[in-house]
Design a protein around this ligand. Structure first.
Ligand code: ADP
Ligand code: MG
Length: 553
């Protein structure tokens, strides 16, 4: 596309910025961009209200870039974002749009990383500072003049910043900026607290409101499934069998639940990881990068940790735990269907939560259809389809490369080609259940008995019970290590270390449960003392494993 044919050419943007935008592949400005860019370019204060996924970042980043003076090596624009992930995302967006402006520097300022290099980058003349309010205040306490040259301020996801308790920090930051600055505020919602901030700190702001609630939602196919709280994990595993997903994000309410569900998925062979506020920052960035490039397919997250997360590969959102309010539901499912692509959102609803489902339907103005768990036949069909898809491309030239070998082997073994092909299939499918009977045996859930049809609602299990260890299989012993998620440990690290250094077969190791401050591993009772002695000096993630038998009393 040439610059003349791009919808962005109509704005009065610097040709370098325009070229960089066109290079991203954006063709037309989104509604919020269409309305906000001219206002911000003209230097007005502005309040922009639009849902997640509507393109707010470029709506402020492009005009702000246009308004700074790249020749001046001092902070000129400050963008505040609620979380580290969002701050990084916004900083990356600025870098993308400033690709052809080599003298523009962007610095991201957030907690969990050392302060020194951040301050140095600011003092070395980064023109754009993208920060979380908390960390920025830490910098201000050290050097109150650090923002004295900033003449453009953007509050991104202002409602979320207030929800996270940044009100006082925002006041400190407002005071540290020149009163003559331009201020732009973006928010999905405009509660009274935000209006009050705008009243005090914005000057004659222009309002832009984009009604996209229903639009955001219509690109997303929504469904719900009734399930008891204690069956959520098995329901999720069944759904994954039949959903044709590329990347998927699952939302749960607690940090513990992110770890538990991610471990359960990993144990089933999915490339899954947890994302929560307790996980070290560099590890969180790795998780998001891995989801982007396909090393991970599933991320199990809490709302705060996933806020604003933008990974175009995401085709599905599973609301495993109910969101706290309809707005966060809309935010969550906005992780898929990015920029008008199609997405699918599934909501697990326990008997007590049916009323919340109705509220969501009312607020979004849409019916969230009920689906049932796939039955054994559907699972079988899905597994066979996957197998067919994986084998079909291999058939084309296999006869020319391996046909002679097949003849030789069938002759040597004295079997039919059908028998040999069946043996190879058994090997290739690695014990996977591929008959109706076998699938029924492995699935404890009765798909057509939804909670509604059962007599009376069972009490839901609380967090405490969910944490209680599951009963042990016979011949297994439970062992404990003081290494947990907060040490950067995932189930696969423990598995790898024990496999490598303990010399065990994969089947010998049972459930691995990674908690925040410890982990539990099921190992064979037989030869346990020897095994623990062997693992005496084993280190995982740089720390001593110190695995001990765990006694539950
Ligand atoms: P918001 O902040 O409103 O949630 P983002 O700014 O994160 O939305 O944008 C959502 C997605 O849409 C991103 O992947 C972004 O690259 C993409 N996007 C933004 N503007 C456009 C556009 N004009 N055309 C195509 N894609 C766009
Ligand atoms: Mg955003």
């Amino acid at each position: 596309m040439t610059q003349e044919t791009s919808g962005f050419a109509a704005f009065d943007l610097n040709p370098n910025i325009l070229a960089a935008v066109i290079a991203t592949g954006y063709e037309e400005p989104s509604a919020i961009q269409q309305q906000s860019i001219p206002i911000i370019l003209a230097g007005h204060d502005m309040i922009g209200q639009a849902q997640t996924g509507t393109g707010k970042t470029a709506a402020f980043a492009l005009p702000i870039l246009n308004r700074i003076d790249p020749a001046k090596r001092e902070p000129q624009a400050l963008i505040l974002a609620p979380t580290r992930e969002l701050a990084l995302q916004v900083a990356t967006a600025f870098e993308t749009y400033a690709k052809q402006m080599p003298s523009v520097n962007v610095v991201a300022v957030y907690g969990g990383a050392p302060m020194g290099p951040q301050l140095k980058a600011i003092r070395n003349g980064a023109q754009i500072v993208v920060a979380t309010p908390g960390r920025l205040c830490d910098h201000l306490r050290r050097d109150e003049k650090v923002l004295a040259t900033v003449n453009h301020l953007v509050l991104d996801e202002a409602d979320e910043m207030l929800k996270l308790g940044f009100m006082d920090d925002l006041e400190v930051i407002f005071k540290a900026l020149p009163a003559t600055r331009q201020t732009v505020l973006f928010s999905a919602t405009l509660p009274q607290s935000i209006r009050a901030i705008a009243e005090r700190h914005l000057r004659d702001p222009q309002h832009v409101k984009i009604q996209t609630k229903t639009q955001t939602v219509t690109a997303i196919e929504q469904a719900h499934l009734l399930v008891h709280a204690d069956q959520k994990t098995s329901a999720v595993l069944s759904l994954l069998e039949v959903e044709d997903f590329d990347a998927l994000i699952m939302f749960v309410r607690t940090k513990q639940a992110t770890l538990d569900l991610a471990s359960a998925l990993e144990a089933k062979g999915y490339k899954a990881a947890a994302l929560n506020g307790d996980i070290a920052q560099n590890q969180r960035e790795r998780v998001i990068d891995s989801l982007k490039d396909g090393r991970l397919d599933i991320v199990v997250a809490t709302d705060v940790a996933a806020r604003g997360l933008d990974v175009p590969r995401i085709t599905h959102v599973f609301n495993v735990d109910m969101p706290y309010d309809p707005e966060s539901y809309v935010h969550r499912i906005g992780r898929t269907g990015r920029a008008g692509r199609e997405g699918r959102a599934l909501l697990l609803v326990t008997p007590r939560e049916r009323r919340m489902l109705q509220v969501i339907e009312r607020v979004t103005g849409q019916k969230v259809a009920e689906v049932r768990l796939p039955d054994a036949q559907a699972v079988l069909d899905a597994r066979i389809k996957k197998l067919t898809n994986s084998l079909a491309p291999l058939v084309a030239d296999a006869e020319s490369t391996h046909g002679d070998l097949l003849d030789r082997l069938t002759a040597d073994i004295g079997c039919s080609p059908r028998a040999l092909a069946a043996a190879l299939l058994r090997k290739a499918t690695n014990g996977q259940a591929l008959t109706l009977a076998a699938i029924e045996r492995e699935r404890p859930l009765v798909p057509n008995s939804t909670p509604r049809e059962r007599s009376g609602d069972r009490p839901e299990r609380g967090d405490r019970e969910r944490r209680a260890p599951a009963p042990l299989a016979e011949g297994r012993a439970r062992c404990r290590t003081a290494l947990g998620a907060r040490d950067g440990i995932a189930a696969k690290n423990l598995l790898g270390a024990i496999l490598n250094e303990g010399g065990l077969a994969r089947e010998a190791i049972g459930r691995i449960q990674v908690r925040d401050s410890f982990s539990l591993v099921e190992l064979p009772e037989e030869g346990l003392e020897k095994l623990l002695a062997k693992l005496k000096d084993t280190r995982v993630a740089g720390k001593q494993l110190k695995l001990r038998r765990y006694r539950e009393d």
